[in-house]
Design a protein around this ligand. Structure first.
Ligand code: PEP
Ligand code: MG
Length: 308
C-alpha cells in the first residue's frame, strides 16, 4: 500500500482479498477482515480503494474449506460462483467491507461476473447484509459504489445491460485474455498465445468502453496489460482513463502518459481497429511508440516487450 503511494498512485484500483483466506486453515473472522479493510481504507483515504470480493478457486484454494478437485478449475467454482454457493462466507466478507467503508473511501467490486443474474444475486445478498447492519445500527457508507470486473467474454457481450446495474466496470485483462483466447494463463505450453494485442481483445475493450460511456459509468483496466508500457497508448486511445497496476510500473506509465498527447495517440491508433492479427497490431504499436515517446525508446525503456 505504501509502495503504491510512494510510486505515485492515486488510490488502489484493485485490492485483492484472497490472502487472509489462504494464509491459515481457519476461515478469517469478520473482525479480522474488518481490521484489514479498515486499515487500508484509512491509509489510502481520501483516495479510493476498490476492494474486490473473494476470488478463490482456480489456482487459489481455501485451506479450511473443501472445494472438490475439479478437472477445469479455471472454469469451475471460483470467485463469485463460490461466494454465491457459500452465502455465509460471502456475507461475512460483505459485512466487513461495508463496515470498513465508514473509515475511508471504499468501493466494492465483484469478480468473474458472467451475466446479469449473477450480479443481481450478489446484490441481493449485499442488500440483506445492509439490512442487518441497519438493524444493528452499525455505520457504513450508504453511498458506497459497487462495480464488477469484466473478465469473461459473456460479460463483454452483456456490458450494455450490466452497466445499468453498477457504478463502474474494471476490465480484468489477465482473465479476459485467458477466456477470450481459450488459453490457460498458467500453462507454459500456450504462453505464446497470451496476446494482449489480439484484435479480438482490443475490440472487446472497445465494446466495454462504449457501453460504460453510454451508461455514464466509469471504466478502468487492471491486470498485467494495464501496467505494460507497450499497451498504455492503445488503452488510452480506446478511451480508458483509469489504470490499475503493480506499484513498480507506475513511474514509467506516468512518464509515457505525460510525454504523449491524447489527440496524437487517438490519431495514431485510429487504424488499430482495422488490423486483423496480433502481429500487425504489435508491429504498429512498436513503430508508433518510437515516435510518440522517442526519449524513452532511446533510453532503452521500451525494449524487452516481445510478445509474438
Ligand atoms: C485479471 O483477471 O485481470 C485480474 C486483475 O484479476 P486476477 O489476476 O486476480 O484474476
Ligand atoms: Mg481475474
Amino acid at each position: 500500500m505504501t509502495a503504491a503511494r510512494e510510486h505515485g498512485s492515486e488510490g488502489i484500483g484493485l485490492y485483492r482479498t484472497e490472502f487472509l483466506y489462504l494464509k491459515s486453515k481457519e476461515l478469517p473472522s469478520e473482525e479480522e477482515l474488518f481490521h484489514d479493510y479498515r486499515e487500508v481504507a484509512e491509509i489510502i483515504a481520501p483516495e479510493p480503494v476498490t476492494i474486490r470480493t473473494l476470488d478463490l478457486g482456480a489456482d487459489k484454494f481455501v485451506s479450511g474449506h473443501e472445494i472438490d478437485r475439479e478437472a477445469n478449475p479455471a472454469l469451475g467454482l471460483r470467485a463469485i460462483r463460490f461466494c454465491l454457493k457459500e452465502p455465509e462466507i460471502f456475507k461475512r466478507q460483505l459485512r466487513a467491507i461495508l463496515r470498513a467503508s465508514f473509515y475511508g473511501k471504499v468501493q466494492l467490486m465483484f469478480p468473474m461476473i458472467s451475466g446479469l443474474q449473477e450480479l443481481l444475486d450478489a446484490k441481493e445478498i449485499m442488500g440483506q447484509v445492509k439490512d442487518e447492519l441497519n438493524r444493528e445500527k452499525i455505520e457504513y457508507d450508504r453511498a458506497i459504489k459497487v462495480g464488477i470486473m469484466i473478465e469473461i467474454p459473456s460479460a463483454v457481450t452483456m456490458a450494455e445491460v450490466l452497466a445499468q446495474h453498477v457504478d463502474f466496470f474494471s476490465i480484468g485483462t489477465n482473465d479476459l485474455i485467458q477466456y477470450a483466447l481459450a488459453i490457460d494463463r498458467v500453462n507454459e505450453h500456450v504462453a505464446y498465445m497470451y496476446q494482449p494485442f489480439h484484435p479480438a481483445l482490443i475490440r472487446m475493450i472497445q465494446q466495454v468502453v462504449n457501453a460504460a460511456r453510454d451508461a455514464g459509468i466509469s471504466v478502468s483496466v487492471c491486470g498485467e496489460m494495464a501496467g505494460d508500457p507497450f499497451c498504455v497508448c492503445i488503452l488510452l486511445s480506446l478511451g480508458i482513463n483509469e489504470l490499475s497496476m503493480n506499484a513498480r510500473a507506475i513511474p514509467i506509465i506516468k512518464k509515457i502518459i505525460r510525454t504523449i498527447s491524447i489527440e496524437e495517440v487517438r490519431a495514431d491508433f485510429e487504424n488499430v481497429m482495422r488490423l486483423s492479427t496480433a502481429k500487425e497490431v504489435q508491429a504498429h504499436v512498436s513503430n508508433r511508440m518510437k515516435t510518440l515517446v522517442p526519449e524513452l525508446a532511446e533510453k532503452g525503456y521500451l525494449e524487452g516487450w516481445d510478445y509474438l
